[in-house]
Design a protein around this ligand. Structure first.
Ligand code: MBD
Ligand code: FE
Length: 285
């Protein structure tokens, strides 16, 4: 590094350029960000060519993104960043909710305007045509982690992709809102919904996130999962995912979201004309 003139003093000068009206948190975080970015760049002797490629990747992620595609988030996901901020955010809440259900990342396919549906409705509006769709009666009770008491009126957003590996908004052949719904727990804290057994699927890899996976000699697959977002006034919202215990890719999820506590069992169910499988999943807030 003997020829490098832009060393520690240069980094300090860049940090010191921050003005007096900057918000304290912004000041702290950016001083650290500049420090790490500069150290990283010196340590790896990053060249103009390499930096140009990184800038192009960021620009392409932005250009590809719209309300159906969040490529910036996907790039973060394959680098483990969304899982890391999820873990930090929820560690900060410990004490208040130490017995609560484990969290997992939101992912890029959540839609915040999902319509409400009644309990025991089916979210399978477009049944899979490939014969891989196993119908599941998923149900459980939402309780208060501290008291064990049921929580009535909790909203449960649920979403999953179809057996062709696509979420409804990615796939013109699926009805809008297919495999999505917003449930409300009843007076006993009960929720129930008919869905499908989730199958492994590849995250979209035709953009910068895919380029990164290829560069790093990695695959794009995720284990079969169902997303949940549970909220009610007075409790911190719970974002999580549940994973089929028998799925492939549990130990090499491309976005690093699997936790032991989130593995679930699909069991055969008798005497239910609407489902072959049952999934009992209780939630503690
Ligand atoms: C997904 O379906 C997902 O759940 C996450 C976390 C990242 C990419 C695609
Ligand atoms: Fe997902």
């Amino acid at each position: 590094m003997s020829n490098i003139k832009l060393g520690d003093d240069f980094t300090k000068a860049v940090i010191a350029a921050t003005g007096p009206k900057a918000d304290p948190r912004v000041r702290t975080v950016f001083a650290s960000l500049i420090r790490h970015l500069h150290d990283f760049t010196r340590e790896n002797q990053i060249t103009v060519d390499e930096w140009t490629r990184a800038v192009a990747l960021m620009n392409r992620a932005g250009q590809m993104s719209n309300e159906k595609r969040n490529e910036g988030q996907l790039v973060c996901d394959v680098l483990g960043l969304e899982s890391l901020v999820d873990n930090i955010t929820n560690s900060l809440l410990v004490g208040e909710s130490y017995e609560a259900t484990a969290t997992a990342i939101l992912g890029p396919f959540y839609r915040d305007d999902t319509p409400a549906i009644p309990n025991d409705a089916s979210i399978v509006l477009t049944p899979p045509k490939d014969g891989k769709g196993e119908n599941v009666y998923m149900h459980g009770i939402v309780t208060d982690a501290a008291t064990g008491k049921p929580i009535p009126g909790a909203k449960i957003d649920i979403w999953q992709c179809s057996t062709n590996g696509m979420y409804e908004q990615q796939d013109p052949d699926q009805a809008e809102w297919n495999l999505r719904g917003k449930l409300t727990t009843d007076e006993n804290g009960y929720y129930g919904v008919y869905c499908i057994r989730p199958v492994p699927y590849p995250i979209p890899y035709d953009g910068p996130a895919g380029d990164l996976l290829q560069l790093l000699d990695r695959h794009p697959w995720r284990p079969g999962h169902i997303h949940l977002l549970i909220g009610i006034n007075g409790y911190a919202p719970l974002t999580t995912q549940i994973f089929d215990r028998t799925s492939k890719y549990l130990i090499d999820d491309s976005v690093f979201a699997v936790k032991d506590e989130l593995l679930v069992d699909f069991k055969p169910i008798q005497n239910n004309p609407k489902a072959e499988l049952e999934l009992v999943y209780d939630v503690k807030l």
